[in-house]
Design a protein around this ligand. Structure first.
Ligand code: GLU
Length: 177
């Protein structure tokens, strides 16, 4: 179980998201993270431990914007570590995703994508979903359609939020179960 958040608007996304994570912390607190759309790039900060550790990191390495996603994790696949903390990115670094739940067929998706030359960097089930979205997006250039197709291929339960460098005004959310 975990908490996910997304924000799109005129306030400081960093403030909204970190305040929200503190309120969601009871749902999971082995690590937390945020990804923000900042000047055409995705900027990510992640930390092991309580949300306080993340806010400390954001104080030493600030970032902000009007669009972002955030997560407080309770690990199911992969140890609690900064590398396994959400948000996860696709191989191009242009799509970020946070996920609550379990992707049951993550090993099959992972091996399909590894055979296509995509390298995974975490031990999580979640990374298989964002890598699949990224792979489909690299072929179609259509973000919403890539997310829809990827979500049809995954088995399991999820709540997800997704942002992309190419879509500064778009926050995509979906859930099943
Ligand atoms: N299955 C995901 C992971 O282990 C999400 C866990 C959660 O819902 O916090 O990273």
């Amino acid at each position: 179980m975990c908490g996910i958040m997304g924000y799109l608007g005129s306030k400081s996304a960093t403030d909204v998201l970190t305040n929200g994570l503190m309120r969601l912390e009871y749902r999971g607190y082995d690590s937390s993270g945020v990804a923000l759309h900042h000047e055409g790039q995705l900027e990510r900060r992640r930390a092991v431990g309580r949300v306080e550790e993340l806010t400390r990191q954001l104080e030493s390495e600030p970032t902000d914007g009007g669009l972002g996603i955030a997560h407080t994790r309770w690990a199911t696949h992969g140890a609690p570590s900064e590398n396994n903390a959400h948000p996860h990115l696709d191989a191009s670094g242009s799509i970020a995703l946070v996920h609550n739940g379990v992707i049951e067929n993550h090993l099959a998706i992972r091996s399909y994508l590894e055979n296509k030359g995509i390298s995974f960097v975490s031990e999580t089930d979640t990374e298989s979903l964002v890598q699949l979205i990224g792979f489909l997006y690299s072929e179609s250039g259509d973000l919403l359609e890539s997310i829809r197709r990827a979500l049809k291929d995954v088995r399991g339960t999820y709540g997800v939020a997704v942002i992309c460098t190419d879509a500064p005004d778009t926050l995509v959310a979906a859930r099943r179960g």
